[in-house]
Design a binder for this molecule. Structure first.
Ligand SMILES: Cc1cc2nc3c(=O)[nH]c(=O)nc-3n(C[C@H](O)[C@H](O)[C@H](O)COP(=O)(O)OP(=O)(O)OC[C@H]3O[C@@H](n4cnc5c(N)ncnc54)[C@H](O)[C@@H]3O)c2cc1C
Length: 287
């Protein structure tokens, strides 16, 4: 492990000041479940950790009529353990429930999962279909960044020096909307997704009025699969329309071969997981 300094920020402004003064080798420390491993293995040059877990706004979570705001430092177990979130944002609860294990979930955050920008990050497909927007604070004030625009490549995101995610906002979903998330891993737990997927459907009777589909671990960053959504939106939900969405998902996937899975397997899984998440989201929308 490289020698590095640790600083604890007590406010958003103080964190921004510390990150700006620290420059490109200053890093936000949230749960530390990615970044401490990266520092130990010298995969990133880090001279300063700025701990954001002592800032009230970053640690708070609130559900309002307009939507849900989750501070970027809130640990995963508080997210999936919240009955309102499980009910209204099922894809988010499902994805956070499986990240790592109990010990990881006591520290890790969705802010860290998003900022780390892994192509296989489990919460990001859920963030995509839920229309999540990150509130970013920096030297020039605050700005909003949709989750779909946050990651620009493996391990790279849009944040500038001095900026960090304060919270992530999830708009309230329309009535008769259901969401679902699923991944494939060869083990039962504690593994990185070979492929993951999330779906959101809004239904009017049996007609899909809006659909959103996202896929992870099959491209350099999480994919928002518009063609799969287009195969569903404005039509009755049928086996044929679900199959068309699954084909669109397979076609959109451009995975790599690696020790976790082959291109063929990941393309196949893209179709399977998209079909499953659509069916589960539809059941929830009907309920
Ligand atoms: C044993 C183990 C199992 C794991 N299993 C999974 C899994 O199943 N699925 C999965 O997706 N991941 C998994 N991970 C990876 C990791 O736990 C997650 O990505 C987690 O969500 C990271 O959150 P964190 O708060 O710990 O981030 P940190 O490690 O604190 O930070 C990660 C990166 O994001 C930056 N960052 C963190 N918060 C912010 C912020 N608010 N603003 C700006 N930048 C920020 C940091 O500077 C760092 O670069 C696993 C890790 C371990 C060690």
């Amino acid at each position: 492990m490289q020698a590095l300094k640790y600083a604890r920020a007590a406010s958003v402004d103080e964190a921004v000041k510390m990150l700006r003064e620290g420059g490109p080798t200053a890093r936000v420390l949230a749960g530390g479940t990615d970044v401490i491993v990266q520092a130990r293995e010298r995969r990133r040059q880090i001279e300063l950790f700025v701990d954001i877990k002592h800032i009230d706004e970053v640690m708070s979570m609130r559900m309002e009529p307009r939507g849900l705001t989750i501070g970027a430092g809130v640990p995963l177990y508080k997210i999936y353990g919240d009955a309102q979130i499980a009910r209204h944002y099922a894809a988010l609860a499902e994805s956070t429930r499986v990240i790592g294990g109990t010990a990881i979930q006591g520290r890790a955050t969705i802010g860290g999962n998003l900022a780390n920008a892994s192509p296989a990050a489990d919460s990001i497909p859920a963030l995509f279909v839920l229309g999540a927007v990150a509130t970013v604070a920096g030297p020039n004030g605050r700005r909003e960044v949709p989750a779909t625009q946050f990651c620009t490549g493996p391990g790279v995101n849009v944040l500038l020096t001095g900026e960090f995610i304060v919270s992530i906002f999830f708009p309230a979903l329309p009535a008769h909307t259901g969401t679902a998330w699923e991944r494939f891993i060869p083990r039962n737990e504690m593994d990185i997704a070979v492929t993951n997927a999330a779906a959101m459907l809004t239904m009017n009777g049996e007609t899909v009025t809006e659909a959103r589909i996202a896929l992870g671990a099959v491209a350099p960053r999480t994919l928002y699969v518009e063609a799969a959504a287009a195969a569903l939106a404005g039509k009755p939900l049928t086996d044929a329309s679900i199959a068309a969405a699954a084909v669109a998902a397979r076609d959109a996937a451009t995975p790599i071969d690696d020790m976790r899975g082959s291109i063929k397997q990941r393309k196949h899984l893209s179709g399977v997981l998209v079909e499953r998440t659509i069916r589960r989201a539809a059941e929830r929308a009907r309920a």
